[in-house]
Design a binder for this molecule. Structure first.
Ligand code: 2AM
Length: 182
């Protein structure tokens, strides 16, 4: 099973992401635009995990979440990964209590390393993917010109999420949610 640990968004944030994604689409010739139900913030991508191992992952994730208090995050400016054309990934950054977010991510990374998911060598760059393989239209504005609703929301849980290809569509299904209770 292809799995990752991530943060899901309340409807208001999904709507804000959808709005800025629509702006991006208006300035693009083509691209693969993520469906609204697939917007999320990845804390740790696990890749292929044997189904039998899933039960091993939930206790450490439950414990980490239980020790962290809810915190505020909002959406930040747009940005990109890749400097070529088409652009590999266009994303929205996250803003708010990034220290707490980084700490949660670091703990998830540390706790899962013994299960065969080594920590990434490079720094984690929190982002919400809006679209991939984006060819911008001539005259498209700089990222700073896009309007992103940065009203914060409270992160109260993270989730272990299954990623599947169904009917040639990527479908994400939360398998377990872990409450921040600290
Ligand atoms: P992305 O948003 O930048 O595409 C599920 O695939 C999630 O895990 C996505 O949010 C994806 O990031 C992230 N991820 C991180 N590393 C990945 C990898 N090597 N392959 C696929 N997804 C990865």
């Amino acid at each position: 099973m292809r799995l990752f640990v991530g943060i899901e968004f309340p409807e208001r944030i999904v709507a804000a992401l959808e709005a800025v994604q629509a702006e991006l689409r208006g300035h693009s010739q083509r691209g693969r635009f993520k469906r609204r139900e697939n917007f999320h913030l990845t804390l740790k991508f696990l890749g292929e995990v044997p189904a039998a191992d899933v039960a091993l992952l939930t206790p450490p994730l439950t414990a980490i979440a239980a020790a962290e208090a809810p915190f505020a995050l909002g959406l930040g400016r747009l940005g990109q990964f890749g400097s070529g054309s088409p652009i590999r990934t266009v994303w929205a950054a996250v803003a708010g209590d990034l220290e707490r977010l980084q700490r949660l991510q670091g703990k998830v990374e540390q706790a899962l390393a013994p299960f065969g998911f080594p920590a990434e060598g490079r720094p984690w760059r929190p982002h919400v993917t809006l679209a991939q393989d984006v060819a911008l239209a001539p005259g498209a504005p700089p990222w700073s010109a896009y309007s992103v609703d940065g009203t914060p929301f409270t992160v109260r849980e993270c989730a272990l999420i299954l990623s599947e290809e169904r009917d040639r569509r990527r479908v994400y299904t939360p398998l377990a949610r872990f409450s921040l209770k600290g």
